[in-house]
Design a protein around this ligand. Sequence first.
Ligand SMILES: *Cc1c(COP(=O)(O)O)cnc(C)c1O
Length: 368
Amino acid sequence: MKVPFVDFLPQYQEVKDQVHAGLEKVFERSNFILGQEVKDFEAQFASYCESAYGIGVNSGTDALHLALRALGVQQGDEVIVPSFTFIATALAVSYTGAKPVFVDIQEDIYNIDPEKIRNAITPRTKAIMPVHLYGQAANITQIVKIAKEKNIAVIEDCAQAHGALYQGRKVGSFGLAGCFSFYPTKGLGAFGDGGMIVTSDEAFFRKVLMFRDYGRKDRYEHIIKGYNSRLDTVQAVVLAAKLKHFDRWNAMRQKAAQQYIKILSTIEGVIVPVTAEGRGHVYQTFVIRVKDRDAVCQKMQAAGIGVLIHYPIPLHLQKAYEELGYRKGDFPTSEKIASEILSIPMFPHMTTEQIDNVCDVLRKSVTP
Ligand SMILES: *Cc1c(COP(=O)(O)O)cnc(C)c1O
């Protein structure tokens, strides 16, 4: 039995009628940019994230970039990011002209290590951008506490953690802003690119609004050099339809994860994901660790199981960041984790048979 890495067709089938009806309205009205549907979805998603305001943008990368710009981050500044994340986290910093400063991760939950953040703070540090990787919250209250002491802002990269909880509260609501991606494979995925910034700070909200729409104060007056970065009305229709089912879909992911963990815990040589205290993990990606990862990866692919690696190269070892002068050995936990992780199939509508099959193939793949 082949098992794909993701299968979102069942999600489409659940929202099909609502999406088609909503799209027909948009097409007939021909109001494609910042239509009412965008406003409505911004309000719905912000409220879902326990935040006062939402600003829809082009992508998750743009959400991070615009949040940093609205914060005033610029050349000469530093922004702390984990050394182990998707590269967009650091790219958003680079776009502003500021320097990303990498900090190693915790080995248990793969998120930035708050203890190590302290040593990375300098007088130039403007922001800390923790990432809630794979669907599990970073140690966000401790990070916010450190940032407060030092008078630094926290911008949360929530691109992989829609709906994830820390002590019962939604990620994205702890820092000055939470930045989300609606890239199709993210927890809440559009039918194309999209992103959102959520915040409860009104002045910050107004700045981000200007940045996403050419720096415009009104129709003809532009007071800053802004960008063109808006969530399409068409994507807002899709996302609003999906949001209604989203908590249930996350519960289905959690159920699938429980089945995986129960079976995989019995296989020697497989490390299953750990949920730290006070977290509500939404398993956007289900990541295990194995020795001899590349061989296991190949065997599983050969057996028709969709597996991927998020991510094999930590940011400090990426060619794109060689100018920063980091070396192998600088962030040992990131390097170790990057060499052992393997993402196995995970999507809300996975069947128990599919999960059993993935586990069977994995069991055979790890035994020499
Ligand atoms: C996907 C992702 C982004 C970027 O989102 P896009 O919508 O693809 O631009 C940023 N950070 C993390 C951690 C991501 O996983």
